[in-house]
Design a protein around this ligand. Structure first.
Ligand code: GLA
Length: 468
């Protein structure tokens, strides 16, 4: 394996110079999972940029600093242009973009194809050219283009909206990584391999582990659409354990990262690099794991063994019960519960004053609210108690194999001879390396050999690199 390792190191060292837009999955940081709207201001963004550099994450490839929703004012300016929120960016956006470029980072921005963004800031609908010119003036490098408050929910209309911004970027702001955020897997066949599209969201926001399961299951059928020149399926951003508006357990967070690497997914950190605990530093800093994600073949992994039930990707839209972000769900069900309580009390009062017909109507409304809360709960994403082995071919002929236990209890997961053969690993002996532990296992020597690993429940996983 020694000569191969040398080649890998040389390729990794050469990658910053060889940057080609969208050629490999994007890597960086995005504000949304970390600070939501509250930490989106000039000072915090510059602090984040310094944190990315000082922590050495930028050197490891995390080059994009992407500012998500809430950087804009609520209304467009007099010339229909996007206006940075004056309280958050008192000196405008340019100074921030320049500061980030001066640190050797790339700058990403968020906009929306509807009338408003998801957090009610001004959208870009029918102002695509004006906004693309602004993006060019600011010299942004990445655009995440969301789908809230867009009248076009159907595929054709959504694609027309996305194409308008793609054309505007091509004409006025060439060289911008264009990242679609339409929350649905049907984008993949329609935009993969099309000029100007570099990545596309395939499902709902990943703000709890069940969404990560959903995203992984949805990715199973989309491997064919990912690759250099085609673009990449985007199962959403990373969720850490340290700081952040959303967090996962350490085990789940690491499994998400290793899985995202095998899935050739964009790696956008959701935790402030300057305040990461050791666990997150190790999770996101492991260069051998990052290398799996950034492998030059750009192949997306597929399951070669699965005990999971059949899965049908859901067609998501903003605020559908199964794609509603966790925080929106909490607020919404809280309001509905309060409404139900008010309605029930009012029904009792009305009944006491003899207005029984009105009391009955009010009672029915209360029951309706409770029923709707039930529907929302019933449609939340759920994890099936199953196990999978994912395989991603690598440029040096090795195979990355990720074992995942989605079930709540510990269990041994096996990749038997058939599973290995499905991964293209028919030759023997097979050399097995635990990538995170940096430890070699005993080689598999005969055709019937099995690779077995005991995994913790609740999202345990292990990543192997297997070759001959
Ligand atoms: C949607 C997107 C998220 C994030 C928020 C911002 O929910 O899917 O990734 O950008 O909007 O409001």
């Amino acid at each position: 394996m020694a000569p191969r390792l040398l080649l890998v190191v040389a390729a990794a060292a050469a990658s910053p110079q060889a940057y080609e837009i969208g050629k490999l999955p994007a890597m960086g940081y995005n504000t949304w999972n970390d600070v939501r709207c509250d930490g989106v201001d000039a000072k915090s963004i510059m602090d984040l940029a310094h944190g990315l550099v000082k922590s050495n994450f930028s050197e490891k490839g995390y080059a994009f600093l992407n500012v998500d929703d809430c950087w804009q004012a609520q209304l467009l300016g007099a010339g229909d242009e996007l206006v940075p929120d004056a309280a958050k960016f008192p000196d405008g956006l340019q100074v921030v973009v320049d500061g980030i470029h001066a640190l050797g980072l790339r700058f990403g921005l968020y906009a929306d194809r509807g009338f408003y963004t998801c957090a009610f800031r001004a959208g870009s609908r029918h102002q695509e050219e004006v906004h693309a010119k602004q993006f060019h003036d600011w010299q942004i490098d990445y655009l995440k283009y969301d789908s809230c408050w867009a009248p076009n929910l159907r595929r054709q209309g959504a694609l027309e909206d996305y194409a308008r911004m793609r054309d505007a970027l091509a004409q006025h702001a060439p060289g911008v990584h264009y990242s679609l955020c339409g929350w649905s897997s049907w984008y993949a066949p329609l935009v993969s391999n099309q000029a100007g599209y570099h990545s596309w969201r395939i499902g709902a926001d990943c703000d709890e582990f069940a969404n990560i399961y959903e995203a992984a299951r949805t990715m199973e059928g989309l491997a064919h659409y990912a690759g250099p020149g085609k673009g990449y399926n985007d199962p959403d951003m990373l969720v850490g354990t340290s700081t952040g508006a959303v967090t996962l357990t350490p085990r789940q967070s690491r499994t998400q990262f290793d899985l995202w690497c095998v899935l050739a997914a964009p790696l956008l950190l959701g935790t402030n690099p300057a305040r990461m605990n050791n666990w997150d530093l190790e999770t996101y800093g492991a260069e051998d794991v990052i290398r799996v994600n950034q492998d030059p073949l750009g192949r997306q992994g597929v399951p070669v063994h699965s005990t999971c039930p059949q899965h049908n990707p859901k067609d998501n839209w903003w605020c559908s019960p199964w794609s509603m972000p966790r925080d929106v769900f909490e607020v919404w069900t809280g309001l509905l519960r309060a409404l139900a309580a008010i309605l029930l009390t009012s029904a009792a009062v009305l009944r006491g004053t003899g207005r029984s017909r009105l009391a009955f109507m009010t009672f029915l409304l209360a029951i309706g609210s409770v029923g709707y809360i039930r529907v929302l709960h019933d449609h939340r994403p759920r994890i099936a108690a199953c196990q999978q082995v994912w395989a991603k071919p690598l440029a040096d002929g090795d195979m990355a194999l990720l074992f995942v236990n989605w079930a709540p209890d510990d269990i041994a997961v096996a990749c038997d001879a058939e599973c290995l053969a499905r991964a293209g690993l028919a030759a023997r002996p097979l050399y097995v390396r635990d990538v995170r532990e940096k430890a070699n296992r005993a080689p598999l020597v005969d055709g019937a050999s099995v690779l077995v690993q005991r995994l913790d429940g609740g999202g345990g996983s292990v990543l192997f690199r297997v070759g001959w």
